[in-house]
Structures are given as C-alpha cells and as structure tokens.
Design a protein around this ligand. Structure first.
Ligand SMILES: *Cc1c(COP(=O)(O)O)cnc(C)c1O
Length: 217
C-alpha cells in the first residue's frame, strides 16, 4: 500500500505526511527505513515522547489543535505547524521560534466542514490576522498556505465542495496577500478516506494515517 501510494503522490509532486499518532516508534522507524521522512502527530505530548527516540532528520508536522502554552516545547524542532487558527497562537510561535533562532513554516487552518467541533479560522478572521500590524512585524514565522478537514461523510459531492472551497480560499489569499511570495504554495487537505478527492481538487500535502499504518486502537 505505502509504496503505491507514495509513487502515485510523488508523480504529481504531492507531499505525503504519514500520520503516526497512536502508533509506536517501532512502526515509525519501519516506515522511515523505507524512505519516509515526513510524519504527522496531532498531540504535542505524544510527539515529545516519540521524537527523541527517532532519527533527527525526520520532518515533524504538527497537525492537531495547538495550545499556546505548548508551543515552546516543539519550537526547537518542528518542521511545519498545520493548525494555526489565531493571531495569538501565531504570535506565540513567532516568539518561541525567535528564541530558537528559527523560522517556522505554518499553515492557516480553515473551518470548511459542516461539523461544529472542528477547529479553524473563518475567512474574515484570516483577513483580520493577515492585515494586522502584529503579523507584519513577525520575522520568524512563514505562512506557507492553508489546511482544512472535510466533513466526515459518505457524501463525496459535499467533501469535494468543501475541498474546492479551501482551494478558493487559498487562491484568494495568494493573490491578496502573498503575490510574489513563492513559499505560499501549500494546500494541506486529504486523509485516508478522502485523499483522492483532495488531490483532484488541488491538494499539495495529504495527511494519511490509517491507510498506511492500519486502524488506530
Ligand atoms: C488523524 C488525522 C489525520 C489522518 O487520519 P486518517 O484517517 O487515519 O488518515 C489527518 N489529519 C488530521 C488533522 C488528523 O488528526
């Protein structure tokens, strides 16, 4: 499964983030030895427990909701934070990245699903963030694109419409705020159940767990 998936995605220039949450370091190492370098975790605590036991050239992606008081623990090593959903959080990432002497790549997470419970910005909130004076003073964060999760449903038309919406948001932000900024190029969308639709709708990063690792207990 993994090799076929990787080949398929690589041929289209799409990054595969292997979502390793709940799976032990042995399973991660196994995949690492097959060449995988991008791994995603959704909880800081779990990431901090695993990362020290694994090779240092793994690119760790934080894909779940991030509390401001936990940023400091991941700032020294995190490769990309997919779940930026407030100016307050971005400001904390800026502060901790500066302390580490790093620039941290971030994605703005948007609420595109029907479900109430999912985190993420509205478009209005993103505009306020990107127009704020505080954002414009930041030198240690780099907003590279957007992230979103579709509704968990069998209705593929709905899933497709939600991914298409995220792509539209991405295009609008790019022309409005990131013209001449080639690093603003990522659309993180698609999981085990919907990655094919996401790819058809323009995804550049897919976050896939159970399809690679099997079901989570
Ligand atoms: C768990 C998770 C995934 C991967 O889910 P699978 O269905 O196992 O592929 C992707 N994105 C986020 C934000 C997740 O929490």
């Amino acid at each position: 499964m993994y090799e076929a998936l990787l080949k398929n995605l690589q041929s289209r220039g799409i990054t595969l983030v292997a979502v390793s949450k709940t799976h032990p370091v042995e399973r991660i190492l196994e995949l690492y030895q097959r060449g995988q370098r991008d791994f995603g975790e959704n909880r800081v605590q779990e990431l901090l427990e695993k990362a020290p036991h694994l090779p240092a050239d793994i690119r760790w992606h934080l894909i779940g909701h991030l509390q401001t008081n936990k940023v400091r623990y991941i700032a020294p090593f995190i490769h990309m934070i997919h779940s930026v959903d407030s100016l307050r959080l971005l400001a904390e990432i800026e502060k901790q990245a500066a302390k580490s002497g790093r620039t941290i790549d971030c994605l703005l997470q948007f609420h595109i699903a029907e479900e109430e419970s999912k985190f993420g910005l509205s478009e209005d909130e993103a505009d306020v963030l990107l127009q704020s004076q505080e954002y414009h003073t930041m030198r240690h964060v780099r907003i590279c694109g957007v992230m979103g999760m579709a509704t968990f449903t069998d209705n593929t038309d709905q899933v497709r419409a939600e991914f298409r919406h995220l792509r539209c948001i991405f295009e609008r932000l790019r022309t409005t705020y990131f013209a001449g900024a080639p690093h603003f190029r990522e659309i993180s969308m698609g999981m085990s159940s919907d990655w094919e639709i996401a790819v058809e709708e323009g995804s550049t990063i897919v976050r896939i767990g159970s399809l690679i690792f099997g079901p989570r207990s």
